[in-house]
Design a protein around this ligand. Sequence first.
Ligand code: GDP
Ligand code: MN
Length: 351
Amino acid sequence: FHSGPPKDSLTTPNHAPGLPAATIPGERVNATFVTLARNSDIWEIAKSIRHVEDRFNRKFNYDWVFLNDKPFDDEFIKVTSNLVSGKTKYGLIPEKHWSFPDHIDQDKAKKTREDMHAKGVIYGDSISYRHMCRFESGFFFQQDLMKEYEYYWRVEPSIELYCDIDYDVFKYMKDNNKKYGFTLSLYEYIETIPTLWESTKAFMKEHPEHIAKDNGMKFLSDDGGNTYNRCHFWSNFEVGSLDFWRGQAYQDYFNKLDQDGGFFYERWGDAPVHSIAAALLLPKDELHFFNDIGYYHVPFTHCPTSEEDRTKGKCTCEPKKNFDWKGYSCTSRYFDMMGMQKPAGYEKQMD
Ligand code: GDP
Ligand code: MN
């Protein structure tokens, strides 16, 4: 895969009519925002876009790709293209990326949905949620509209950004050789992934060549890889390298998982799938914690821990709502693994 030429810089403004040009000069990275959404998500994604534009993208004018398993309607396109300062592109997901693979046993998949529904597992009975998780795991980076880009930032409906981001996040990723960036981490519900780790271990045995030296296994497992501790990066926010997902290592991992069928026989989420891959297939120094990006997706908040960072970013989040140091977060494990020092004031946010 070869990435295309560098995107427009300030000298060739690339912004919607009526919106000011990018205020921060310099070369742009070959990057885009990406949102999977339904037409009915229009007003919730409109709010997300405003957060992203106001805090970051009005200064940089990056493109935004919207993807949907049904065609976007005129209203969705009109409203979103009016809000985004960069180019907007709208893609229809091919059916093979949003359907049951032939090898899936429909009766077995149905039984799973009924059992999970009875147990009250969130989205346990949903077929579309499973297609969504499989799509985000295996196919968003393969869409035609995504092929020209090197980096992406995933944005969901109803998210909020709490702090100004005055530097180019994509350039930061590229210049520092980062492949996967996150803001929140937590434990997955075991009911949704009972055999994901078995499949992962089988993959590791089959493909030892794909497991990175100095990987992030310590984030995932407390016993050297025997069992999964359920820690994952929350994938409704991601800034990452598309070439990583398209590379042989991840392709082999995804295909193994898809073959094992857990997207349908269980309810494997794209968050644990991406996280396990990022932690095992990348050296851990290619991961990045975006402390400076204050972020909300129901029900969790990431708010920069230290007052200094919140002041610098003109943040509007309430410090004690920061999830990082609470019991259900995995971020302190991440800090331990990386040998990073916890920021000043973290003790005050533990409960
Ligand atoms: P949650 O964050 O896990 O509760 O799940 P969401 O409902 O936010 O869905 C995750 C993402 O997938 C969001 O960007 C949704 O807009 C999108 N999404 C979920 N289901 C569908 C669907 O059936 N079709 C499309 N096109 N997008 C979907
Ligand atoms: Mn969501």
